[in-house]
Write a protein that binds this ligand. Structure first.
Ligand code: NAP
Length: 317
C-alpha cells in the first residue's frame, strides 16, 4: 500500500508542529500520503512512539545538509521548520533554512512547506527606535530570520508554500505563559498588547493545516497562507481562562517595555514581538484568518475548545 503513497518528510517530527503533521497523516490511512518522520535520535522514546504509530522514522539533523538530502530523497513533500528556542540564534536558523532548501532542491522535492513568520524589519526598520534592535541586526530575532529565509527557497526555485504560523495556546502549558498568582492571590494572565487581539492556535492544528496544504496539491505552491484558530485580546483570553478554570483570571496588561525587562532569556525578543503584534495589529491579523485554517483543517479548535481539552495541564503557580 505504502509504495503507492507519496511520502511527506517531516522535520521536527517529535515536536509540536511536525508531530501534528505526522499524526494528521497517520490518522488518515486512506489518504494520499505516507509519512517519514525525521529525528536526530531514532531510538528516543518519542521517535519509537511515532514508529509504533506507523511512521517511517529516519535520522536527520537540520545542521547536516547531507543528512537532510538523504532523508528527503524519494519523498514528494517536506515540512521544514527551525527551532529558535533551542539555540536563540537567528543566524543558525538562516543557515538551517538554507540547508533544508538546498537539500529539497537536490532531492527533487515537489512541495515544501516552510514554517515562517514575518521579517518584522519590513515594518520596523533597524533605525526605528520605537523598539530596541537586538543581536545587532534584528527587531524580533525569532521572527526576522524565518521571514528572511523565505527568499532562499524562492531563489533556489523550490516549490514552496509559506505557512505563517500563530502563537500556540500551548505556550500556556510549556512556555511560561500560564496565569500567575499576584500578591493579591489572584491569577493574572500577562499579555502586553493592550486591547489588541492576538491570533492563536492549538499547536496540534498547525500540523493539521499543513496536511491540508499538502492535500490541496499545487494550489498553495508559491503562496503564503496564514492560519489561526481564533483572534482574542488579553481580556477575552483571561475571561475564557476564568470560565474554564472556574476561578477568576485577570488580564495583566503591562507595556512591552516592562515585558522586555522581565529578564528571562528571550524576554526582549518576546517584548518586541508582542509590540509588533500590537502596533501592526491589522497587518499581522489579516493573513491569519480562521477561514483559511478551517478550509485546511475543518476541526480547527477555538480557544474555548482548546481549554476544555487542556485546562488541567496549565500550571497555576
Ligand atoms: N511557541 C509558539 O507560539 C510558536 C509560534 C509560531 C512559531 N513558533 C516557532 O516554532 C519553532 C519550533 O517548532 P516546534 O514548536 O514544533 O518545536 P518543538 O516542539 O520544540 O520540537 C522540536 C523538535 O525538533 C527536533 N529538533 C531539534 N533540533 C533539531 C535539529 N538540529 N535537527 C533536527 N531536528 C531537530 C527535536 O526532535 P529530536 O530530538 O527528535 O531530533 C524536537 O522534538 C520555533 O522556531 C518557534 O519560533 C513557535
Amino acid at each position: 500500500m505504502n509504495q503507492q503513497k507519496r511520502i511527506i518528510a517531516v522535520v521536527g517530527a517529535t515536536g509540536a508542529q511536525g508531530g501534528g503533521l505526522v499524526r494528521a497523516i497517520l490518522n488518515d490511512p486512506d489518504g494520499p500520503f505516507a509519512v517519514r518522520a525525521l529525528t536526530r535520535d531514532v531510538n528516543s522514546e518519542k521517535a519509537k512512539a511515532l514508529a509504533r504509530l506507523g511512521a517511517e522514522v529516519l535520522s536527520a539533523n537540520v545542521d547536516d545538509e547531507a543528512s537532510l538530502e538523504a532523508a528527503f530523497t524519494g519523498a514528494y513533500g517536506a515540512y521544514c521548520v527551525t527551532f529558535f528556542w533551542d539555540h536563540f540564534s537567528p543566524e543558525k536558523e538562516l543557515a538551517e533554512a538554507g540547508a533544508m532548501a538546498r537539500a529539497a532542491k537536490a532531492a527533487g522535492i515537489e512541495h515544501v512547506i516552510w514554517s515562517t513568520l514575518e521579517d518584522t524589519r519590513k515594518w520596523v526598520p533597524l533605525g526605528d527606535d520605537r523598539m530596541p534592535t537586538l543581536m545587532g541586526k534584528y527587531k524580533v530575532p525569532h521572527f526576522d530570520a524565518k521571514g528572511e529565509a523565505e527568499q532562499v527557497f524562492r531563489d533556489l526555485g523550490v516549490p514552496t508554500t509559506f505557512l505563517l504560523t500563530s502563537f500556540y495556546w500551548d505556550n500556556l502549558i510549556h512556555f511560561g505563559m500560564n496565569p500567575k498568582r499576584g500578591p493579591d492571590g489572584k491569577l493574572a494572565f500577562t499579555l502586553p498588547m493592550g486591547d489588541k487581539k492576538l491570533p492563536g492556535i492549538a499547536a496540534e492544528d498547525i500540523g493539521r493545516c499543513a496536511y491540508g496544504v499538502f492535500k490541496k496539491g499545487k494550489e498553495y505552491i508559491g503562496k503564503t497562507v496564514g492560519i489561526a484558530g481564533e483572534h482574542l485580546n488579553g481580556a477575552e483570553m483571561a475571561a475564557a481562562l476564568s470560565r474554564a478554570l472556574g476561578q477568576e483570571v485577570v488580564h495583566n496588561d503591562v507595556s512591552p517595555e516592562t515585558y522586555r525587562g522581565f529578564g528571562f532569556p528571550g524576554a526582549d525578543d518576546l517584548g518586541n514581538m508582542f509590540q509588533f503584534k500590537r502596533d501592526f495589529n491589522a497587518d499581522f491579523r489579516a493573513p491569519r484568518n480562521r477561514e483559511n485554517g478551517r478550509a485546511l483543517a475543518p476541526s480547527l479548535l477555538t480557544f474555548e475548545q482548546w481549554l476544555a481539552r487542556n485546562k488541567g495541564r496549565i500550571p497555576l503557580e
